[in-house]
Write a protein that binds this ligand. Sequence first.
Ligand code: PEP
Ligand code: MN
Length: 372
Amino acid sequence: MLLILHPDTDLKSDSYQRTIDHLRQLPGISYRVHEVSGARQKLTEIYLLGPTAQLDADSIEALPAVERVIRISDEYRILGRHKDQNRTEGFEYNGLRFDQSSFHLFAGLCAVDNPEHVEAMMKALKQAGLPCTRMGAYKPRTSPYAFQGHGKNCLPYVFELAGKYDIKVIAMEVTHESHIEEINDALAQTGNPTGVMLQIGTRNTQNFELLKAIGRQKTHPVLLKRGFGISLNESLNAAEYLASEGNANVIFCLRGMKTEAGNPHRNLVDFAHVPVVKRLTRMPVCIDPSHSVGNRDLAPDGISDVLHAAAQGVIAGANMMLIDFHPRPEKALVDGPQALTIPELEQLVEDIRICRDAYQKRRALYQGNPES
Ligand code: PEP
Ligand code: MN
């Protein structure tokens, strides 16, 4: 059972104390307090655990600090919507708001190779007015002999350049819990010039110990990739691992499914699940057209497959896009064939504007329907 308290309830107030005193004496029931920062207010939620089916919701709702009570299923306890469209969602990080209404483009390098390429990318982002990017330092590779990323050695110049070009958030994959400390050390050493969103790759979606470690830290939000060979439900449960450890600032990323049926694409694009994740959970939804499609081949209409897939995700209401760029894709150490070039950034920004606009118009068209 979930108790939503009145907005801005003070945890030292008399009404909060009386509410807690009542909950404490419920037999076999324990509680967990969770604070959520909404766009305008601070919200406190209390999760009741144990035999809650026997509790009378009306008497709990009558407690002084409680605004309303929601009966929740075991699935996605914290991140789930539980059929309640009014639950707050999203979070603020480094001055940017991430929720199911916002949109942020994270164009950048799949793998950091040298400072010149990082600088060229960030300079282009600043010129386009874009405050976010992706930068891969720790690369999980199929072959042990392939380039594994520069790891902690590249972090100081990546963060310094981010500061120079006003980049507020960098999505960066971590494959081991020690990488969190390496990132924190490098941020401190460079004077915290930027923010980092910790990315969990598709190969680690069910690395539960890594999920728990990342969930225990609350400094950085988390971008969790869907597992490429597991069900959506299993991937959403992986996200819940993060929240159950304390960090509910999670964005869920669709990146395609590994199956021969996706040929000639690298993966089968799964962006029809954008609205599904938004309906089932309160997480903002990201799409990664680069790793879904895996190439930048052109269709006869002059638009590349990767940009067609990107458009599909945005028009379905995606809240974030992770997309590979490289100043010289032929020189990229990882995933060059799918990287877009810097001159294509401006076109992508315009394409997204067109698709977001179409999405907003579609929303308006269906407004007034029962679920909206
Ligand atoms: C990536 O985003 O660089 C990446 C490796 O993606 P995925 O985990 O989806 O394969
Ligand atoms: Mn890649």
